[in-house]
Design a protein around this ligand. Structure first.
Ligand code: FAD
Ligand code: GLY
Length: 379
C-alpha cells in the first residue's frame, strides 16, 4: 500500500504536520491553492498564550493548549535547525490589564479562576505592572502577569516551516487548488482544479476555514467550521517608545516582535467570508490599544488586514479520522492555531504513520458533531 500522505492546505497546520511526517520518513505531497503560509496563519498575532486566553467553559481545550505550549520550544528548534531560519520565539509573558472599574472586576474574576485552576499567574498593582512595562498607561490600576505565556513571529515561523518541509524532502505544489477528495480505505485520492487525480495512502484535510468547501465528502464528514473575522493592524516601534511583553487590554492586544513590528488586534466578527478592513474596526483597535499603551499614538501604521478564524461549533479543533475512509482532518483551530501547531503536527503525524491515536486527540475527534462515532479509535 502507498504510504504517501496527501495534505490539502499549506497553513501552519498543513506545513507543520507535513514537516513532522517527512522528518520521520513518510513521503508527503502538499497542495496549496495560493502561496503556502499566506492564509489565516499569516494574519495571526503569534501569541502562544494558554494562560491569558483560558476560557471559563473550555478546560479540556486549555489542557491541549498548555500541552502544545510545552512542546513549542523543541518544535521551534527542530524547524530552525532544518530551515536554518530564526522564528523569533519569545518568552517574556503576557500582561492583562484593566483600564476602568468594570474591567478591573472582570480581571479579578479571571484571576480567581486562573488561580483555582492552578495557573502560574501574579496579581499586580498598576505601579508594579509599569515597573515591568514602563509604557503602560499611568491610569491603569491592576494587571495579571502570565509569565508562562510565550509568543512567536508567526510569519517567520511559516516561512521557516515551509523551508524545513521542503528541505526534509516534502513535495509542495503551490497555486494548486484541490477541488475533490475521493475517500477510499486503501487508495484515497485528490483531484486538483486542473483535473489531475493524485492517489495516496491517506489524505489529510488541513484547509483551515475553507475545509468544508471540498467536494467528495458526505455532509457528515464535512467539518462544521465557520469564519470569525479578525481585523488587525501593525505599528512600527520608534524610539523612545518600547514594549517587550504582549499586552492585552479589554478591547485590544499588542504583540511586539523583535524586528520592530507591533501587531495589534483583533476584532471578532461574524461576517461570513468578508475580509474588508473597516474604519470602525481600526478605530476600535486604535482606541483600545491607546487606552492601555498611550505611547502608540505617534507610531507609524504600516499594515492593516483582516483574517478568518476557523471556528467549530464548540470552538475546539477537529483532529483525527473523519467518517470518510482514508481521510483525516486537522482544522477548526479558531483562536489558537499557532499555539496548537506542535501538538497537532506531532499527534496527527503519529496517527497517520502508525494508525494509533492518543489521549490528546480523543476528545477532539471530527466525528463528535456527526453523531456517528465519537472517538478517534480505528473503525
Ligand atoms: P490557514 O493558515 O488558513 O491554512 C489553510 C490553507 O489551506 C490556506 O493557505 C489556504 O489557501 C489553503 N486552502 C484552502 N482551500 C484549499 C484547497 N481547496 N486546495 C488547496 N489549498 C487550500 N492563533 C494563535 O495561536 N495565536 C494568535 O495570536 C492568533 N491570532 C489570530 C489573530 C487573528 C486576527 C486571526 C484571524 C487568527 C488568529 N489566530 C491565532 C488563529 C490562527 O491564525 C488559526 O487558528 C490558524 O492560522 C489556522 O491555521 P490553518 O493552517 O488551519 O489555516
Ligand atoms: N488569539 C488571538 C485572536 O484570535 O485574535
Amino acid at each position: 500500500m502507498e504510504d504517501r500522505v496527501l495534505v490539502v492546505g499549506g497553513g501552519t497546520i498543513g506545513l507543520a504536520t507535513g514537516f513532522e511526517l517527512v522528518r520521520q520518513g513518510t513521503p508527503v505531497t502538499l497542495f496549496e491553492r495560493n502561496d503556502a503560509g499566506r492564509g489565516t496563519s499569516w494574519q495571526a498575532a503569534g501569541m502562544l498564550a494558554p494562560d491569558a486566553e483560558i476560557g471559563f467553559e473550555e478546560l479540556s481545550l486549555y489542557g491541549l493548549n498548555r500541552e502544545s505550549l510545552r512542546r513549542w520550544p523543541d518544535f521551534a528548534r527542530r524547524v530552525e535547525a532544518a530551515s536554518g531560519m530564526d522564528v523569533d520565539y519569545r518568552d517574556e509573558g503576557t500582561l492583562i490589564v484593566a483600564d476602568d472599574r468594570d474591567s478591573a472586576e472582570a480581571l479579578r474574576r479571571l484571576f480567581e479562576f486562573q488561580e483555582e485552576q492552578g495557573l502560574d499567574v501574579d496579581w499586580l498593582t498598576g505601579e508594579e505592572a509599569r515597573e515591568i512595562e514602563p509604557f503602560l498607561a499611568p491610569r491603569l490600576t491592576a494587571a495579571i502577569f502570565c509569565p508562562s505565556d510565550h509568543q512567536v513571529d508567526n510569519r517567520r515561523f511559516l516561512e521557516a516551516t515551509r523551508t524545513a518541509f521542503e528541505a526534509e524532502g516534502g513535495t509542495l505544489h503551490e497555486q494548486t487548488p484541490v477541488e475533490v477528495v475521493q475517500p477510499d480505505p486503501d487508495a484515497p485520492a485528490v483531484v486538483t482544479a486542473d483535473g489531475e487525480r493524485v492517489e495516496g495512502g491517506q489524505v489529510l484535510v488541513a484547509a483551515g476555514v475553507w475545509s468544508r468547501d471540498l467536494d467528495g465528502l458526505t455532509p457528515e464528514a464535512q467539518p462544521p467550521v465557520r469564519p470569525v473575522k479578525g481585523q488587525m493592524l501593525q505599528l512600527r516601534r520608534k524610539t523612545p517608545f518600547d514594549l517587550q511583553h504582549v499586552v492585552r487590554g479589554p478591547d485590544a492586544y499588542l504583540a511586539p516582535k523583535s524586528d520592530g513590528r507591533i501587531v495589534m488586534g483583533a476584532t471578532s466578527e461574524e461576517m461570513g467570508f468578508d475580509t474588508t478592513v473597516t474604519a470602525g474596526g481600526l478605530y476600535d483597535l486604535l482606541e483600545g490599544g491607546w487606552e492601555v499603551v498611550p505611547g502608540i499614538y505617534d507610531l507609524p501604521v504600516d499594515e492593516t488586514w483582516a483574517g478568518l478564524r476557523p471556528a467549530s461549533r464548540d470552538h475546539a479543533p477537529l483532529l483525527g479520522r473523519t467518517g470518510a475512509p482514508g481521510v483525516c482532518m486537522a482544522t477548526g483551530h479558531y483562536r489558537h492555531g499557532i499555539l496548537l501547531t506542535p501538538v497537532t503536527a506531532e499527534e496527527m503525524a503519529r496517527l497517520l504513520r502508525t494508525g494509533e491515536t492518543s489521549t490528546w486527540l480523543e476528545p477532539f475527534s471530527p466525528r463528535r458533531f456527526s453523531g456517528t462515532q465519537s472517538s478517534n479509535v480505528s473503525p
